[in-house]
Design a protein around this ligand. Structure first.
Ligand code: ATP
Length: 240
């Protein structure tokens, strides 16, 4: 009998509220080694809130654990030090700074370890050669797709142990979305677990091992994207 894969990230009864608004209700999800897991759901379903709750940034009950140990609350630096790194919705890059400076910021904890910095930079530029051609360009002058690549590249510069992405497809053309998703699949295949929050279900389902569906703050389904009937189930949740 083969052992079940190790759970890298796991939430148990994770609940989050903003004042009186309960935006997330008792969510149980997990990401195993080698997996890319999607969280899908319509506008306002609570997808970003789930990520904020995992990072300890929302008012929560329940737990979010990484390698079996609860993640700290209200201490984003401690969470990212453990290798749990978010690529936020809207990318969060610094527009007036150059591509190179944005990438340096991602590796700020390295201080003077130049060899390790170069190793990480080489990896990022191999994944996104277009960033290498634009190292001295201001980030804000790049296209939306290039900015999304930079946001992912900057996260990779911190050498994450798991990557959390909040709607990386936002505002991008289908061809660019496909390119970004292809890169995420490559990272997953290199051994980086990924939790991908997406409103655009078809793009995420193409590469996910498992997809949770979030509606009105509740996980209403856990789908196997290889199972064709799961795609019909998904439509039901989006267009109910
Ligand atoms: P989208 O796809 O539009 O980004 P989402 O699925 O990520 O949506 P959330 O942003 O997590 O959804 O929002 C979930 C619910 O919580 C929504 O009803 C939203 O209005 C509410 N909400 C989010 N942030 C706050 C806040 N800071 N204060 C009060 N309510 C909030």
């Amino acid at each position: 009998m083969t052992a079940a894969p190790a759970r890298i990230l796991e939430t148990q009864a994770l609940t989050a509220r903003y004042g009186h608004v309960q935006a997330l209700s008792a969510a149980d999800i997990h990401v195993c080694a080698g997996e890319l897991v999607a969280v899908l759901g319509p506008n306002g379903a609570g997808k970003s809130t789930l990520l904020r709750a995992i990072l300890g940034l929302a008012s929560t009950t329940g737990t979010a654990s990484f390698h079996g140990t609860p993640l700290p609350r209200q201490d984003p630096v401690a969470v990212s030090s453990r290798g749990v790194v978010l690529v936020p919705e809207g990318r969060g890059i610094f527009g007036p700074m150059t591509v190179s400076e944005n990438l340096q910021l991602g590796a700020y904890r390295l201080r003077s370890d130049k060899a390790e910095y170069e190793r990480r930079l080489t990896r990022v530029l191999a994944l996104f050669p277009r960033l290498g051609e634009r190292l001295s360009q201001t980030a804000g002058s790049m296209s939306g797709g290039e900015q999304q690549m930079l946001a992912i590249g900057r996260a990779l510069m911190s050498d994450p142990k798991i990557l959390l992405l909040d709607e990386p497809s936002l505002g991008l053309a289908p061809r660019v979305i496909a390119e970004i998703m292809e890169k995420l699949a490559l990272l997953r295949d290199e051994g980086l677990p990924i939790l991908l929050v997406e409103q655009k279900a078809p793009a995420a389902l193409k590469l996910a091992q498992r997809a949770y569906v979030l509606v009105l703050g509740r996980i209403v389904a856990c789908l196997d994207p290889r199972d064709l009937s799961s795609h019909d189930d998904l439509a039901k949740y989006y267009f109910h």
